[in-house]
Structure formats: C-alpha cells, structure tokens
Write a protein that binds this ligand. Structure first.
Ligand SMILES: NC(=O)c1ccc[n+]([C@@H]2O[C@H](COP(=O)([O-])OP(=O)(O)OC[C@H]3O[C@@H](n4cnc5c(N)ncnc54)[C@H](OP(=O)(O)O)[C@@H]3O)[C@@H](O)[C@H]2O)c1
Length: 264
C-alpha cells in the first residue's frame, strides 16, 4: 500500500511495537488515528508523530470492553473519517502455567487479544468494503504458530487470530480487502512487564528473553516495509523465528525443544 495521503488507524499505539510503527509511518504524509487505553502515552506518541509532519488524533479505548470498542468506531463514523488501513498491535501476553491459571484469566486474555481485536475489525470492515477496499493488519506472535510454555492462552488467542483473519481474507479478496498477519519473535518492549500472571495481575518483570530481543525501532522498520508490500505474513525477530520453520519441518525436534525451553 502506498501510505501517502492514507488514514491509518493503529491500536497499541501507546507503547512498544505499535508506537514504533506509528512513528515510522509518520514520516509519510499520513493521517494517523492512535489508540490504546493510556491517553497520556498516546498523546506522547501523537507529539512525536506530528513532529515528523503527519497529522494524528488520539482515540483511547479498551479492547477488553465491547462498548468501549463500539464507542471508538462510532467516533470515526460520526466524524466521517474514511479508514484506509487498520493496523492492530494492541494485546497482552501471559506468564503463568496451565495448572495454576483460572479460566477467568484465560478469558481476560482472549477478550483483549481475540474478541476485542475482531470486534474492531468487524466494525471497520463494512465501511472499508463500501469504500472500495482497505488494508487490515493484525499482530499475532511466533507462539501463534506453535505452543509455548507459560503462554497457553496467549498462544491460543494468537492462533485463533490466524484462523479468523485467513477466513476474512478468503471471504473478502473480491472486495479488495488485503490482510497482513504480523508474527513477531522476541522484540524488546514492555510486553513481559505488562503480561498477565496467574492472579490476573501484571507480571511486572522485564524477562531476559525480552530484554535481549530485537530493537523495537528495527522491528517497526521491517514491519512497515512489509506492510507497504501488503505481505500476507510478516515474520520479524531474531534467531528465535527459526522455531516457526522447525515446528513445520522438524516437528519432533520442536516437541523436544518446547518441553525444555526457558519460558522467561
Ligand atoms: N514484544 C514481543 O516480543 C512480541 C512478540 C510477539 C507478539 N507481540 C505482540 O505485539 C503486540 C504489541 O506488543 P508490544 O510488544 O508492543 O507490547 P506493549 O509495549 O506492552 O504494548 C501493548 C500495547 O497494547 C495495548 N493494549 C493492551 N491492553 C489493551 C486493552 N485492554 N485495550 C487497548 N489496548 C491495549 C497497550 O496500550 P495501553 O496500555 O495504553 O492500553 C499497548 O499500546 C501485542 O499484540 C503482542 O502480543 C509482541
């Protein structure tokens, strides 16, 4: 997609990958809609983006609250904003074992990573179709391609996104809807700090694996280059992304590795 002149709605724009992508896109002549819950952090992203010359608005909402998602979409329609692209980065990770995690925590992860994400897409898609097409991007994870210890419902919520967005793509290619699924490995953001633990509280630690991950600015550059090409799958990260290929071509090796890996 040629970004020039386009209106791009970015969720997860208050921190990490979504924020870095917003800043990277702000170098183009784009109009950005910046979403997340933390209004103060979103305003900081807005400040950095507008400094680069693009226009941006802040539209906070909570992916875990259906009414809040609906209110955000209502704002877009009431103000007759034509969304050319919706790039969704909003999400939370998990740090807890299956046997210790109550279903309420599993549901919380799914409400944000899956239901909130698809709810926003469902509100935007009909208008995009009416407008002659658009580009949707959603953020999965390498653990959206295989299971991983300490991430059971996180992995499941991301795997669910693959099924949903592949189906959406198959239904809507005729409507000029292009779909990119972003598959990051380990990127150095606060994702582990913000991850939910068995008590539904934040893990509040920068895990070693996260700390040694790819720099978020480099990740954002790679993502934007591939979004421009409207790649169907965007795999980005360090050597850990090889696990996706190991799972596919050498499953026995994957089973061996997955049961011995340090999940932190
Ligand atoms: N970093 C990695 O290694 C990695 C690897 C694979 C996949 N990912 C995925 O990449 C995406 C971005 O994560 P990140 O690494 O940039 O982590 P991050 O810095 O923690 O950013 C997460 C973003 O999601 C937003 N968010 C979380 N809960 C929300 C809610 N209930 N409603 C609305 N927005 C919410 C946060 O905004 P507020 O706090 O303002 O709500 C924040 O902007 C996530 O989907 C994550 O699963 C990351």
């Amino acid at each position: 997609m040629d970004f020039t002149g386009k209106t791009i709605w970015i969720t997860g724009a208050s921190s990490g990958i979504g924020k870095a992508v917003a800043i990277e896109l702000s170098a183009y002549d784009v109009k950005l809609i910046l979403s997340g819950r933390n209004e103060k952090a979103l305003k900081e992203t807005e400040r950095q983006c507008t400094q680069n010359g693009c226009s941006a608005i802040v539209l906070p909402f909570d992916l875990g609250n259906e009414q809040s998602v609906k209110n955000a979409a209502d704002y877009i329609y009431k103000n007759k904003i034509k969304v050319d692209a919706l790039y969704q980065f909003g999400g939370i990770s998990q740090r807890s074992f299956v046997h210790e995690t109550p279903v309420s925590v599993d549901r919380k992860i799914f409400e944000i990573n899956y239901f909130g994400t698809i709810a926003l897409t469902k509100l935007v898609l009909p208008e995009m179709i009416k407008n002659g097409g658009g580009h949707l991007a959603v953020t999965s994870s390498i653990v959206g391609k295989f299971g991983f210890p300490y991430r059971s419902s996180y992995s499941a919520s991301k795997q669910a996104l693959h099924g949903f967005y592949e189906s959406l793509r198959a239904e809507n290619t005729k409507n000029n809807i292009r779909v990119s699924v972003i598959i990051p490995g380990r990127i150095k953001t606060n994702i582990s700090v913000n991850a939910v633990n068995k008590d539904g509280k934040t893990h509040s630690k920068m895990d070693e694996g996260q700390d040694t991950g790819m720099a978020v600015e480099k990740c954002a550059k790679i993502i934007c280059r591939k979004l421009k090409k409207e790649k169907k799958e965007i795999l980005v990260g360090g050597t850990e992304v090889v696990m996706v290929h190991i799972r596919r071509f050498l499953p026995r090796l994957y089973y061996y590795m997955a049961s011995r890996v340090n999940p932190l």
